[in-house]
Design a protein around this ligand. Structure first.
Ligand SMILES: NC(=O)c1ccc[n+]([C@@H]2O[C@H](COP(=O)([O-])OP(=O)(O)OC[C@H]3O[C@@H](n4cnc5c(N)ncnc54)[C@H](O)[C@@H]3O)[C@@H](O)[C@H]2O)c1
Length: 446
C-alpha cells in the first residue's frame, strides 16, 4: 500500500519504518525541517533499539521517504496516519492543536477516497469535532475517518510495533475498515474492530489502568515500610495469581513519561466534562504526584537538613532504554533537593544536556565519577540497566557519605551493602541500619 505518516516522533517514525519494513511504500512527513534533514541522511533523532538500522534499510530499498511538506501526499494516501503529539493543555485537558492542524492539512492534500487514521491519543469526547474539522477542509472530497490507537512502549517501540499484542481499530466506514484489516492481517494478532469512540476509550483506560496499578503498588510499598513487610515478596506473591499477573508491580517513585501522566489527567478531564467523578483514577494521580517525595523524606531522615549536602542523582530519563525526559520523576526530586539547599549533580549518558531545562542542565555531569565524587547520598531515579552493573566498592570510595537510595528498586541490595554502603529501596526490607558507623566504608584495595 502507499501510506503516509504525519508526525515523525516516537510513534510516527516507528510506525513508518516498520510498515516500510513490511513492504509498503511509506512517506513520513514532519513539520520540523531539521528533523527531516537528519532522517533523510539516515540519522535517527530518537533513541530506540533497532530503529536506526531498520530505517536505513527502508531508505536503501526506496520504500521509505521523508518530507517536511505534504505536497507528495496525493500519491501516498491509501492510508494516512496522523501521529502528532497531544500534550497536556493548561487545564489538564488534552491539547488537540497539532491533531486539528494536521487533519486540516491532510484533508486539503489527500486524494479522494483516502482513509485518514488518527494514531495519536485523542479523547473520545473530541471525535465529532475532529471528524467535522477534517470534512470541512476536505470540501466535497470524500475521505474516510478512522482511529487506530498506539500501544507501543518507548524503549521497546520497534519490537512492540512489529509484534503487537493486539491491534485496535475504530471505524464506521466499511471501505476504511477493510483497508485497515488488509494492512494488519499479516501481523496475525487479535484485532479489535469497534466504533471510534470505543477505540479511543480503550487507549485511555488501558493507560489509566496501568498507571493505577503502579500507584496501587507504590502505596503497598509505603505500607510495607510501616509494617516491616518486604514489597518484593509481597508483589511476587500477588503476581503469581494469574488474575493479577506479575507486570507493573514494581514499586518506586511513581510513573512519568509522555503518556501516563497526561493520559490520566486527560481522562479525568474527559470524565468531568460528561459529569462523571472518576474517583479511583483521581486517587492514582494524587498518589503519583506525592510518591517522588519518599526520596526526599528518606534523605532528610538520614542526613538531617539537606542544606550544604551533595546529592548525586543517577538517571534523568523517565525510564531506561529511552532518551525521553518528558514528565520524568527525577526532575521534581532534583528541584526539591535544590530548593532544600543541596548541591545536586546528575548523570545520564542517554540525554543530550542542551535539550534539558536550564536548572536541570546546570546539574548535569559528563561522567558517573564526576557525579558521585564526594556525594553524601546517591539516588537512583530510573530503571536503566546501567545502574545494576555499577561497581559499588568504587562508588563507596569516591563518596563522602554512605547513603544509596534506590528509587526504582532496581539494584541488588546485597551488592550495595557489601560495599559498605547503606541501602534503601522503596518498601524493601533489605536496608542498611541507621546506626551510621556500622556502615563504615570499605578500605581501598591495595
Ligand atoms: N511516545 C509513546 O510512547 C506513545 C505511545 C502510544 C501513544 N502515543 C501517542 O502518540 C502521539 C504521538 O506521540 P509521540 O511521543 O510520538 O510524539 P512526539 O512529540 O515524539 O512526535 C510528534 C511529532 O509530530 C510533529 N508534528 C506536529 N505537528 C505536525 C504537523 N502539523 N505536521 C507534521 N508534523 C507535525 C512534531 O514535529 C513531532 O516530531 C501522542 O498522541 C501520544 O500520546 C505515544
Amino acid at each position: 500500500m502507499r501510506i503516509a505518516v504525519i508526525g515523525v516522533g516516537y510513534v510516527g517514525l516507528t510506525t513508518g519504518v516498520c510498515l516500510a519494513n513490511r513492504g509498503h511504500d511509506v512517506l513520513c512527513v514532519d513539520s520540523d525541517v531539521e528533523r527531516v534533514i537528519a532522517l533523510r541522511s539516515g540519522h535517527c533523532p530518537i533513541l530506540e533499539i533497532g530503529l536506526e538500522a531498520l530505517m536505513r534499510r527502508g531508505l536503501q530499498f526506496g520504500r521509505l521517504s521523508f518530507d517536511s511538506s505534504l505536497s507528495a501526499l496525493e500519491t501516498h494516501s491509501d492510508l494516512v496516519f496522523v501521529a502528532v503529539g497531544t500534550p497536556e493543555g493548561d487545564g489538564g485537558e488534552p491539547d488537540l492543536t497539532y491533531v486539528r492542524q494536521a487533519l486540516r492539512q491532510v484533508a486539503l492534500m489527500a486524494s479522494p477516497g483516502s482513509v485518514v487514521v488518527v494514531k495519536s491519543t485523542v479523547p473520545p469526547s473530541a471525535l465529532a469535532v475532529l471528524e467535522a474539522e477534517m470534512q470541512a477542509s476536505a470540501c466535497s472530497k470524500e475521505l474516510a475517518f478512522a482511529v487506530n490507537p498506539e500501544f507501543l512502549r518507548q524503549g521497546m517501540a520497534v519490537a512492540d510495533t512489529l509484534h503487537p499484542e493486539r491491534i485496535v481499530i475504530g471505524v464506521a466506514d466499511a471501505e476504511a475498515r477493510n483497508r485497515l484489516l488488509e494492512l494488519y492481517a499479516p501481523f496475525a494478532v487479535p484485532i479489535v474492530v469497534t466504533d471510534p469512540v470505543s477505540a479511543m476509550t480503550i487507549k485511555y483506560v488501558a493507560n489509566c489502568f496501568l498507571a493505577t496499578k503502579i500507584s496501587f503498588v507504590n502505596e503497598v510499598a509505603n505500607l510495607c515500610e510501616r509494617l516491616g513487610a518486604d514489597v518484593d515478596a509481597v508483589t511476587q506473591g500477588m503476581g503469581l495469581d494469574s488474575r493479577i499477573g506479575p507486570k507493573f508491580l514494581q514499586a518506586g517513585i511513581g510513573f512519568g513519561g509522555s503518556c501516563f501522566p497526561k493520559d490520566t489527567v486527560g481522562l479525568l478531564h474527559v470524565a468531568r466534562s460528561v459529569g462523571y467523578d472518576f474517583q479511583v483514577l483521581a486517587s492514582a494521580v494524587a498518589v503519583n504526584d506525592q510518591q517522588y517525595k519518599v526520596v526526599l523524606d528518606r534523605l532528610t531522615e538520614r542526613l538531617g537538613s539537606l542544606r550544604g549536602t551533595t546529592i548525586a542523582v543517577l538517571g534523568l530519563t523517565f525510564k531506561g532504554g529511552t532518551d525521553d525526559t518528558r514528565e520524568t520523576r527525577s526532575f521534581p526530586i532534583i528541584r526539591g533537593l535544590l530548593s532544600a539547599g543541596a548541591e545536586v549533580r546528575t548523570y545520564d549518558a542517554s540525554v543530550v544536556h542542551a535539550r534539558l531545562p536550564g536548572d536541570i542542565a546546570a546539574t548535569a555531569r559528563d561522567s558517573l565519577e564526576s557525579c558521585i565524587a564526594d556525594a553524601d547520598g546517591v539516588v537512583i531515579a530510573n530503571d536503566a540497566t546501567e545502574w545494576a552493573g555499577v561497581e559499588w566498592r568504587s562508588i563507596a570510595r569516591a563518596m563522602r557519605g554512605t547513603l544509596v537510595i534506590d528509587g526504582r528498586n532496581t539494584l541488588d541490595a546485597d551488592l550495595v551493602l557489601e560495599a559498605g554502603l547503606e541501602y534503601w529501596g522503596v518498601g524493601r526490607t533489605r536496608v542498611g541500619r541507621p546506626s551510621a558507623k556500622a556502615f563504615s566504608k570499605v578500605e581501598p584495595e591495595l
